[in-house]
Design a protein around this ligand. Structure first.
Ligand code: TSX
Ligand code: MN
Length: 621
């Protein structure tokens, strides 16, 4: 039997583009149900009543704990199986017909062989469970930059999470009937129930597959109920599959936050920024500027879709409808806006439970409560924390609607999106990379994005100081060859109106002094860097005539006095150290970049080779 294109011998891309009036979703659901053998099939409508019904059912089943209604209204805690706590990159596959199209940084599998394997594991995988059909839109329903999909899942936790993170609606099925392309996404926790089996709170399977078929644009996920493994609209669709659509259709699907910055003069600028994990992307998305007169409004914290418009500007939307953020480290000092966002209507996963029915995690408050129930359900006291056993799992999450974020832009869900004025690439670097630089050209900016890196900090992860590359912060999220992604960026740049094309910047909040101290205070003070970036955009438009930047071998640096550090009381020499460009270490880093690029063979775009040569030349060889 055939459950979908992926499970047919020869997937074709035409599959996802349906003929008007074709009941293609119904046929596909019937095929998947025939393969997975659920007890029931439920078509979801995205309504509040449906969500509440599922939440109540999960409380009854022991999957969710309802939190104290006074302390945390309409909020819940889920504890996952201790083996199912994060994305599994080793089991994430790009099943393109040709291995070269997946590229050297993805796990490639032959699509026909993968389809055969999937057919086996999905056979009867939903026995004893309900199959939910979840029609969803990424981006506002019917919007010009939006896309739709349908997720089949046997997890009510996934359905509720999709309600928060996407737009679940029956209207999606009308769009599909009207001929809109759609992405079929099948998810099973891989834990069928026999007739008299008692279910467990968090069913999952030790064997996991997160499989993507870029040519037929399908997703098949098995064995995990957690986050990006299971909420298939997010990393699987909005990044891996969408990046392939974007390559084919001339747009961009990126792992970026999106904010609006409003200057003291009231001018509005839109910034999209890519950071590797553990750089505080959500914190920047909800930045509270310390600089008087500046304002930042949140548009998105994880994914941005950008499309050239008729004028040659790049228009962007956040395709998500919620935040699925890491809880530990989120506190009133680091991100007061996130703490306020989480005051009601939240599903928490793997955080700790307080004795009075509220939640806690490391970093929420400076002091831990005297007693907690930890993320595994065990008793916990601060002594356990001191012994290295955190109360919340380090990858514990909150799932919350974007609309209830105090800093969300009023028009955050405008289907037309916002014009992107600047693209920012971040990294986590103790050495070399200055606090902020502006790219010398679009191509140089693409080079900065392609070479994003973090330094390893713990010896256990490898050699201390070794560079871990995360180009465009897309290493685990690009659905095709990373080198082709760079070529695509170069082409999109060419397709834009040079006057409207975003300017590209690089930032590094994490540079350290010789004594190991962070040189930059970060957090709200990053508004000073944002202000310099905006000043540079205004200079580019002739709105300012002062010289804001000086040339360095690695890009434009703030000119003396151009970066506002008034009132920071930076120790003598720290600003100079933050902006220092030392040719020796940079030449050694260039050698590492050459080896990194060599891994992409002849798919490396020539302009990036030229950029590396240009960098070495400016460094004086
Ligand atoms: O999110 C961070 N940002 C971006 C904020 C908008 N973090 C946390 C990263 C882990 C998720 C940061 N950590 C930032 C930052 O700008 N900077 C740092 C490093 C740092 C940590 C502590 C201090 C300073 C810098 N503390 C004091 O200066 C007192
Ligand atoms: Mn992310």
């Amino acid at each position: 039997m055939s459950a979908s294109t992926a499970l047919r011998p020869a997937p074709t891309r035409a599959r996802a583009v349906v003929v008007p009036g074709d009941s293609s979703v119904e046929a596909w659901v019937a095929e998947v149900a025939a393969l997975t053998r659920p007890d029931a099939v439920v078509w979801c409508d995205g309504s509040a009543a449906e969500k509440q019904r599922l939440l109540d059912g999960m409380v009854e089943a022991g999957t969710l704990v309802k939190l104290d209604e006074a302390k945390r209204p309409r909020s819940y805690l889920a504890r996952s199986h201790p083996s199912d706590v994060a994305r599994v990159e080793s089991r994430t596959f790009i099943c393109a017909e040709r291995a070269e199209d997946a590229g050297p940084t993805n796990n490639w599998r032959d699509p026909a062989l993968m389809a055969a394997e999937l057919r086996e594991v999905f056979d009867g995988s939903m026995r004893g469970r309900t199959l939910y059909v979840v029609p969803f839109s990424m981006g506002p329903l019917g919007g010009p930059i939006s896309q739709v999909g349908v997720e089949i899942t046997d997890s009510p936790y996934v359905v509720v999470s999709m309600h928060v993170m996407t737009r679940v609606s029956r209207y999606v099925l009308d769009l599909i009937d009207a001929g809109q392309q759609w992405v079929p996404a099948v998810h099973s926790v891989g834990a069928p129930l026999a007739r008299h089996d008692q279910d467990v709170p968090w069913p999952c399977n030790d064997t996991k597959y997160i499989a993507h078929f870029p040519e037929s644009r399908e997703i098949w996920s098995y064995g995990s109920g957690y986050g990006g493994n299971a909420l298939l609209g997010k990393k699987c669709f909005a990044l891996r599959i969408a990046s392939v659509m974007a390559r084919d259709e001339g747009w961009l699907a990126e792992h970026m936050l999106l904010v609006r910055v409003i200057s003291p003069e009231g001018r509005r600028y839109h910034l999209a920024a890519a950071f590797p994990s553990a750089c505080g992307k959500t914190n920047l998305a909800m930045l509270r500027p310390t600089l008087p007169g500046w304002d930042v409004e949140t548009l998105g914290d994880d994914i941005v879709w950008m499309r050239p418009d008729d004028d040659g500007a790049l228009r962007a939307i956040n395709p998500e409808a919620g935040f699925f953020g890491v809880a530990p480290g989120t506190g009133v000092d680091t991100n007061p806006t996130a703490v306020a966002t989480l005051s009601h209507d939240v599903v928490f996963t793997n955080v700790a439970l307080t004795d009075d029915g509220d939640v806690w995690w490391e970093g929420l408050t400076p002091e831990a409560p005297e007693h907690l129930t930890d993320w595994t359900g065990a008793n916990w006291t601060p002594a356990d924390g001191a012994a290295g056993r955190p109360a919340a799992h380090p990858n514990a999450r909150f799932t919350v609607a974007a609309a209830q974020c105090p800093s969300i832009a009023r028009d955050w869900d405008d289907p037309a999106g916002v014009p992107v004025d600047a693209v920012i690439f971040g990294g986590r670097r103790a050495t070399n990379v200055p606090l902020v630089t502006q790219a010398l050209s679009w191509d140089h900016g693409v080079f900065l994005g392609a070479t994003i890196s973090s330094e390893r900090t713990a010896a256990a992860e490898g050699t201390v100081g070794e560079l871990r590359r995360d180009p465009f912060a897309m290493m685990p999220f690009c659905g095709y060859s990373m080198a082709d992604h760079w070529s695509h960026w170069l082409e999109v740049g060419d397709s834009l109106n040079p006057a409207l094309r975003p300017r590209i910047f690089q930032v590094n909040w994490f540079r350290r002094g010789a004594d190991g101290r962070f040189l930059w205070p970060g957090f709200g003070e990053n508004s000073r860097v944002v202000a310099w970036i905006v000043d540079q955009l205004e200079r580019g438009r002739g709105l300012r005539s002062d010289a804001g930047a000086v040339l360095s071998p690695v890009g434009l640096l703030p000119a003396p006095g151009a970066l506002d550090v008034d009132g920071l009381d930076l120790p003598d020499g720290d600003l100079e150290a933050l902006l220092d460009v030392d040719a020796g270490p940079w030449l050694r880093e260039s050698d590492l970049t050459e080896s990194f690029f060599a891994g992409f063979g002849d798919r490396l775009p020539e302009p990036l080779r030229d950029q590396l040569e240009g960098l070495r030349h400016r460094l004086g060889h």
